[in-house]
Write a protein that binds this ligand. Structure first.
Ligand code: MOS
Length: 731
């Protein structure tokens, strides 16, 4: 079923189950410890062996010598894989992840050996006994040092509209500022883990992953076996934030070792390995130039951003939102990529916008101050209802940024903010308020589902879609329940299995809308099949209270299903509406901080996000997504930073003690409000993503509040107290 024109009225509009704050249907399983995560499948395989990945201690160069004799002689050791005895793998597929293929080292903590033993402790101890020497090559690890070598990239073309230089130099008010954001780690709760087992020539991998079909392609492609011989399961995932979009050494090496040993092999990356072995959000250096009239109306919009990555790696698309967020006739937006030899960078929650808005939305605050226009009003004045590059012919599918800002200002008590920074005091605390706009592009992906109606009148949904803590089980159940006129209790949802129909997976905030569209399409087909089987040869049927009815006749779904039940499968595909219309979700974020006048300690006191993201399928799970995003945004503003150690070409703070993220004590009561809207051009669901919207812009609202509290502008994230303290007035 293809989505080619704006959605008309459909059964979801009834809102009996959809739009209700239903508790997570997987909640009882999770809180009682019965939801199996990837590493926990050993309960099914008591004879599993344990693998331990040994990572390179140099970032670049070659293995000079590798001696496994001592390791092999250690207690319990079953197998030591190195590049000398690992089968040839393919690097051809986009999602392939070949391991132990040669002596070349491209990354600190790259796998150089894989030790398998009877217990985890034995494998770890033996890995320490593998002797490796390296010939180290010179690498580049400092973004600032290579920023001028940045190259343009296809995925982020330059925007050049009007004459930026002329408009900028003619502008009565200008801001020209450079912000930096550091490398960041996803730091999700569940480490990367896989269990692999073979039944004859058929491989099953239980792994913690967001994108079943990518993992399926990647594992089969790397190992050179047909996809029909590989099954990937990821039923429960303890967070991912983008790290689990991809596969690393764990599923690949577990599969190779399991085949060699003829028994299941399980492997989890340890927490310290994850920070350098897997990917991370790359650091950026962003120069923002804004030219405006005295009234704050922007005439010149400039954003130059650079990030680094290994050869072939992606750019951090930090200027993406700047192409669409505000008006301005003259525009110059450029994204550059420099080569670095740090661990590979990749997607992390709202790649692009999350760090792009940290810079842009603070620069807007700086423009507000220079023009004397209130920061909320400045954003409203520069709102634009169409793509500022393409003109009025490309409007937004829906855009309620102004309403987000106005609603937020009203609810937060913005009028009480002192325009002059550093003037509000509460005991030892300097108090300030900040605002920022939130923006996240709305992406859609093809997504399929299978639905079965059984003789008990229960509908079972099966799709490869994953639930990474987001609430997918629940919302897909709600969509099926609404479509079939059933209560949520009469729906079962099965996810995260490559044997199910291919789905969008969980990435880029496309999951809720796209996967729901897949379930919608399948339920449309099920409705047709049931109506026909019931003998209602008409489109004029209603599904309610477990019955299907037409023309005054009504039959129960259970009875129509009969002993064999009814099973159908369908797929949602998307036409070009995302090209014809600019599609994004929006937010207004408001923050109040206190800064200790003596110590520079920053405490968030209150925070409100007003979000506009189309139909909210479940206000409870959506709110949870936003609360998590806000927490992560506070982390980005105040704490999170992977510190590059140029001696090792890697990140030196590689655990949750030293990579600091907010804890409960850092987070006060946060508030989230959703605007009541539907976006009929996003899909039949009329919804957009919230998973990433929640973080976009949040950190800038915090930083702007810190400025308002202290009068100190820090343009180098995170805002730690050592950067504030020297400039604080003595109390
Ligand atoms: Mo997201 S960074 O696509 O999980």
């Amino acid at each position: 079923m293809e989505f080619t024109q704006a959605a008309g009225p459909n059964p979801l509009d009834a809102g009996r189950v959809v739009t209700k704050p239903i508790d997570r249907i997987d909640g009882p399983l999770k809180v009682s410890g019965r939801a199996p995560y990837a590493y926990e499948y050993h309960q099914d395989f008591p004879n599993a062996a344990y693998g331990f990945v040994l990572g390179s201690s140099v970032p670049k160069g070659r293995i000079a010598s590798l001696d496994t004799k001592a390791a092999e002689a250690m207690p319990g050791v079953l197998l030591v894989l190195t590049h000398a005895n690992t089968p040839k793998m393919s690097d051809e597929g986009e999602h392939n992840a070949p391991q132990l293929q040669g002596a070349e080292i491209k990354q600190y903590e790259q796998a150089v050996a894989f030790v398998v033993a009877e217990t985890f402790e034995q494998a770890r101890a033996a890995a320490r006994a593998v002797k490796v020497t390296y010939t180290e090559a010179k690498g580049a690890y400092d973004l600032a040092a290579v920023q001028d070598k940045g190259e343009p990239v296809k995925s982020a073309p330059d925007s050049t509209v009007g004459d930026f230089d002329k408009a900028f130099s003619a502008a009565p008010v200008t801001v020209d500022v450079t912000y930096t954001t550091p490398d960041q780690s996803h730091a999700m709760m569940e480490p990367h883990a896989s269990v692999a087992k073979w039944d004859g020539d058929k491989l099953t991998v239980y792994t913690a992953n967001q994108m079943i079909h990518w993992a399926h392609d990647g594992i089969a492609g790397t190992l050179g076996i047909p996809k029909t011989k590989v099954r990937v399961q990821s039923a429960y995932v303890g967070g991912g934030f983008g790290s689990k979009l991809f596969i690393y050494s764990d599923p690949i090496l577990a599969a190779v070792a399991a085949q060699k040993l003829g028994r299941p092999v399980k492997v989890a990356l340890t927490r310290p390995q994850i920070f350098n072995h897997t990917n991370h959000r790359p650091a950026t250096i962003q120069r923002i130039r804004l030219g405006a009239g005295p009234d704050g109306r922007i005439t010149a919009m400039g954003h130059d951003t650079v990030s680094g990555n290994q050869e072939g790696g992606e750019v951090e698309n930090a200027a993406d939102q700047t192409k669409l967020l505000y008006a301005g006739e003259n525009r110059l937006i450029r994204t550059r990529l420099s080569e670095l030899d740090l661990p590979k960078g990749g997607a992390m929650r709202a790649p692009g916008e999350a760090v792009g808005l940290l810079a842009l939305e603070c620069a807007m605050d700086e423009l507000a101050e220079k023009t004397g226009v209130d920061p909320v009003e400045l954003r409203i004045r520069n709102d634009i209802q169409y793509d500022p590059e393409k003109g009025p012919s490309r409007s937004f599918s829906s855009r309620h940024l102004v309403e987000c800002l106005r609603t937020g200002a009203e609810r937060f008590g913005w009028s009480k903010r002192a325009a002059k920074p550093g003037t509000v005091r509460d005991g030892q605390w300097l108090v300030g308020m900040g605002v920022a706009s939130g923006f996240r592009g709305n992406l859609v992906m093809p997504s399929g589902a299978r639905v079965k109606l059984d003789r008990e009148g229960v509908v079972t949904v099966e799709t490869q879609m994953t639930d990474i803590g987001t609430g997918s089980y629940t919302i897909l159940g709600q969509v099926a329940a609404e479509m079939m006129g059933l209560p949520i209790e009469k729906v079962r949802v099965k996810l995260g299995d490559s044997d199910f129909p291919l789905s969008s997976g969980s990435g880029g905030s496309w999951g809720a809308n796209s996967a729901s569209a897949g379930v919608f399409a399948a339920c449309e087909a099920l409705r047709d099949a049931v109506a026909q089987k019931a003998g209602f040869n008409t489109k004029d049927v209603t599904f309610a209270d477990g019955n299907v009815a037409s023309g005054g006749r009504s039959r129960s779904l259970a009875e129509v299903a009969g002993p064999d039940g009814v099973t159908v499968e369908a797929k949602a595909e998307f036409g070009d509406l995302t090209k014809k219309f600019a599609q994004a979700s929006f937010a207004g974020h408001f923050c109040e901080v206190g800064v200790d006048a003596h110590t520079g300690e920053i405490r968030v006191r209150r925070m409100l996000s007003v979000c506009s993201a189309g139909r909210i399928i479940n206000p409870k799970t959506s709110r949870n997504q936003c609360l998590g995003g806000m927490t992560m945004g506070i982390g980005a503003a105040l704490m999170e930073e992977q510190v590059v150690d140029e001696r090792f070409g890697g990140f030196i703070n590689h655990d949750l003690a030293e990579y600091v993220v907010p804890v409960h004590a850092d987070i006060p009561d946060l508030d989230v409000v959703f605007l009541d809207e539907t976006d009929d051009k996003s899909s039949w669901i009329k919804a957009k993503g919230v998973g990433e919207l929640g973080i976009c812009g949040v950190g800038a609202a915090v930083a702007n509040a810190v400025y308002n509290a202290t009068g100190i502008r820090i343009r180098d994230y995170p805002l730690t107290l050592d950067k504030l303290l020297p400039r604080l007035p003595t109390a």
